[in-house]
Design a protein around this ligand. Structure first.
Ligand code: COA
Length: 158
């Protein structure tokens, strides 16, 4: 896939986002309503989440989710998923950059994330973006049980 575009999700993207999420074992799996609540509207809540999608080759090839809390400097990169056929083309990186820039614009100075210790592809993606490993949450994940690596990046350079 040569060309793709990253943009904020719209309501009409949600079915494709959920279909992609359900098909990727490593993805955090959330209820449909949770995705619905991420599509931008004019609410100014304490907790704000963004949902970015990547379009390419006529369809949705990836998405990423970020979360900020008002008055809190640390934001969170909650999820980034790219369709298997569209990987290693820069989509994951572009989605993460969009989420971190959104968090910076919302006032966050750092972004944190957790990743399965064994998810070497995602860890390499995050390292390449400037995230550094700052801790371990032992046995954080279930099915299978696995440690989480905590990573953090400053938002200023995004
Ligand atoms: C992790 C994931 C999002 C990466 O998406 P992607 O679009 O393939 O990533 P990119 O093409 O932007 O990769 C950018 C860089 O990250 C690193 N990288 C990404 N995937 C990698 C892999 N499987 N192995 C090693 N390095 C990898 C590489 O340095 C890559 O640059 P390069 O291709 O020039 O070498 C994708 O593999 C995926 O959806 N995995 C399943 C879901 C998941 O584990 N998400 C993370 C937890 S929510």
């Amino acid at each position: 896939m040569k060309e793709f575009k990253v943009r904020l999700a719209r309501v009409e993207d949600l079915a494709a986002v959920i279909a992609l999420e359900r098909g990727v074992a490593e993805a955090p799996h959330w209820p449909v309503e949770e995705y619905g609540a991420m599509v931008p509207d004019d609410r100014e809540g304490w907790v704000r989440r963004c949902l970015f999608v990547a379009e390419g080759g006529g369809g949705l090839v990836g998405f990423a989710v970020g979360k900020t809390i008002a008055m809190v400097a640390e934001a969170e990169l909650e999820s980034v998923i790219v369709a298997a056929a569209a990987r290693r083309a820069g989509v994951g990186r572009a989605l993460c950059e969009a989420v971190v820039a959104w968090c910076r614009e919302a006032g966050a100075t750092t972004v944190e994330l957790e990743v399965r210790e064994g998810n070497s592809g995602a860890r390499a993606l995050y390292r390449g973006l400037g995230f550094v490993e700052v801790g371990i949450r032992p046995r954080y994940y279930r099915e299978p049980v696995e440690d989480a690596i905590l990573m953090r990046a400053g938002t200023a350079s995004f």
